[in-house]
Ligand binder design. Structure first.
Ligand code: HEM
Length: 91
């Protein structure tokens, strides 16, 4: 239920999924962009290769957290697929 004491709360599962998916998408773009910037020994845009690598790692940790939340928020769907697979493939 999306209501608390008559007030609608915004942090419903659907809205959280939209936010997490959007952040994960942006983080994935940054992850690839930082790899491209790491490509040159001289760095890029006045930022050294070492700093781009640290940024790549930082964005990478954020991306993994966002992917973890995405999996958690879709846990019921994932369990449903596992259950129906096991029901259709009894060992
Ligand atoms: C879209 C996903 C990713 C791609 C395409 C990617 C690609 C790469 C590539 C090509 C390098 C080598 C760069 C070089 O030294 O020339 C690299 C290094 C590195 N990546 Fe990623 N990466 C991804 C995700 C991640 C994630 C999720 C993490 C960690 C949270 C991560 C952490 C690192 C670190 C720490 C290095 C530096 C390793 C070193 O010191 O040599 N990357 N990545």
């Amino acid at each position: 239920m999306a209501e608390t004491a008559g007030k609608k709360r915004w942090w419903t599962r659907g809205n959280l999924l939209i936010a997490v998916n959007a952040l994960a998408f942006l983080a994935a773009l940054c992850q690839v962009a930082t790899v491209l910037a790491m490509g040159s020994d001289a760095g890029a845009f006045g930022i050294s290769r070492k700093d781009w690598r640290e940024l790549h790692q930082g964005v990478g940790v954020f991306l993994l957290c966002a992917i973890g939340l995405h999996v958690l928020l879709n846990g019921r769907w994932i369990l449903g697929v596992v259950r129906s697979f096991r029901a259709n493939h009894p060992s």
